[in-house]
Design a binder for this molecule. Structure first.
Ligand SMILES: CC(C)(COP(=O)(O)OP(=O)(O)OC[C@H]1O[C@@H](n2cnc3c(N)ncnc32)[C@H](O)[C@@H]1OP(=O)(O)O)[C@@H](O)C(=O)NCCC(=O)NCCS
Length: 186
């Protein structure tokens, strides 16, 4: 028997509080990345200010215990190119489809707002995310040094929202089911 493992919900401070901040801080700790809570990473303290729903928004993945275990944000001008930000899932919740559901939520939001494309920049260390983006139809289109204090090395990924593959995005709330017969982690 399977049971719903997590739900994707638009961020709501009254229910999700500092959940996104805690998820990203934990993943940065895992990767040994510095976390600048009051500087470069300050968006996570005020998601509603940085990612307002009328320009995209932030979503969280909430597990059966009510804990925030993942997040994603999307931001852009209606009718233009949107950018996906802050895709993170806690290590303990990975490989259950939550990351894919979060990306699909971002794709759906960008499309709802008339976006022509969705781009994501990702540190070269995040190879799990690169496979995920390419599996969902994004193409790797550029390399850059990020505009952050560390000049992080990043790959850029782009999904043209008119393409057939991106039409598969589901509605904004998704229940992730833990599938039976799990594959082993790489
Ligand atoms: C990238 C990241 C968000 C993916 O999250 P996730 O929840 O593990 O993503 P998914 O579960 O949708 O997919 C991951 C893998 O699990 C597999 N999977 C999905 N559901 C599964 C299930 N029920 N059973 C077994 N495997 C499953 C997917 O096929 C995928 O396999 P692959 O990596 O071999 O291609 C997560 O690994 C993460 O936070 N990494 C560190 C931070 C990061 O890279 N962030 C991106 C910044 S741009």
């Amino acid at each position: 028997m399977t049971s719903p493992f997590a739900r994707i919900e638009p961020y709501d401070r009254s229910r999700h509080a500092e959940g996104p901040w805690q998820v990203v801080a934990a993943v940065f700790d895992e990767y040994g990345f510095p976390f600048a809570a009051f500087d470069y990473d300050a968006d996570l303290r005020e998601p509603e200010q940085w990612y307002p729903p009328d320009r995209g928004g932030m979503a969280v993945a909430v597990d059966g215990a009510g804990d925030v275990v993942g997040c994603v944000a999307v931001e852009g001008n209606p009718g233009g190119v949107f950018e996906l930000h802050r895709l993170y899932v806690l290590a303990r919740a990975r490989r259950r489809g939550i990351g894919e559901a979060l990306v699909r939520w971002a794709v759906a939001r960008a499309r709802e707002l008339g976006g022509v494309a969705l781009v994501a920049y990702s540190d070269i260390a995040f190879t799990d995310a690169h496979r995920l983006y390419e599996r969902l139809g994004f193409r790797r289109f550029r390399f850059r040094y990020a505009p952050d204090p560390w000049r992080s090395r990043e790959w850029g990924f782009r999904l043209d929202l008119a393409s057939a593959q991106s039409q598969a995005a589901p509605p904004t709330a998704i229940a992730c089911e833990a599938k039976s017969g799990s594959r082993s982690a790489k």
